[in-house]
Design a binder for this molecule. Structure first.
Ligand code: TYD
Length: 208
């Protein structure tokens, strides 16, 4: 039977550099001949991408927002993530459930026990094997974002919101140190990539 693929997720406040790291890891895996699927949340399926359009641009109530995030996630897990892992492919996902705890929990103030219930329902035992948290001061992330693009509904939130998002991310990383690698998003991207790849090395060696 083929070995199950590894599930890697990339998290951080908007503008922290998680997408750059996801790109770099994708390149490194391709160079080593590891089969992988790269995807994102919210999104990753045709239905999920439609929900993403609503989530990023349409005003809605926080509970609605949380439910739609998990609805998109369910579709994504069933149609993309689980089948890929079962085929032995790695999955690189730009954001996953930790983002719901950070943004809907920390940012919007939704009770964590409610999110636990949704997570249990939607993903059962599925957890990332490794989560890269790009951690950077929200002030810096905000300045970076402002240089490159127009704000969506989340990015338009005040600094206070992002301070809560960051605190929630860090609390999750502290609670599960074996799953998370927390990187200082203010460091040079290449040094950060090298650190992530070092962490992946045992898994890569097992594939050879
Ligand atoms: P992202 O992909 O980082 O946006 P971009 O393409 O602009 O880099 O994420 C989209 C937004 O969705 C981001 O602001 C965080 C938010 N989000 C949540 O609030 N909860 C979630 O569960 C997820 C997956 C994302």
């Amino acid at each position: 039977m083929r070995m199950r693929g590894k599930f890697l997720t990339f998290e951080g406040v908007d503008g922290a550099g998680k997408t750059t790291q996801c790109d770099a890891v994708a390149q490194a895996l391709a160079a080593r001949g590891v089969a992988f699927v790269r995807t994102r949340e919210p999104g990753g399926t045709p239905l999920g991408e439609e929900l993403r359009g609503l989530l990023l641009h349409r005003a809605m109530e926080p509970i609605t927002e949380a439910l739609l995030m998990f609805a998109a996630r369910r579709e994504h897990i069933a149609a993309v993530i689980e089948p890929a892992l079962a085929r032995g492919q790695w999955v690189l996902c730009d954001r996953f459930t930790d983002a719901s705890y950070a943004y809907q929990g920390g940012g919007r103030g939704i009770d964590t026990t409610r999110l636990d219930t949704l997570a249990q329902w939607v993903q059962g035992a599925l957890q990332p094997d490794l989560t890269v948290l790009a951690d950077v001061a929200p002030e810096l992330a905000q300045a970076r974002r402002a240089r490159v693009r127009e704000a969506d509904r989340f990015e338009a939130e005040a600094l206070e919101f992002f301070l809560r998002v960051r605190a929630a991310y860090r609390a999750r990383a502290q609670a599960e140190p074996q799953r998370f690698i927390v990187i200082d998003g203010a460091r040079s991207p290449d040094a950060v990539t090298a650190e992530i790849l070092q962490r992946l090395e045992p898994w890569l060696a097992a594939q050879r």
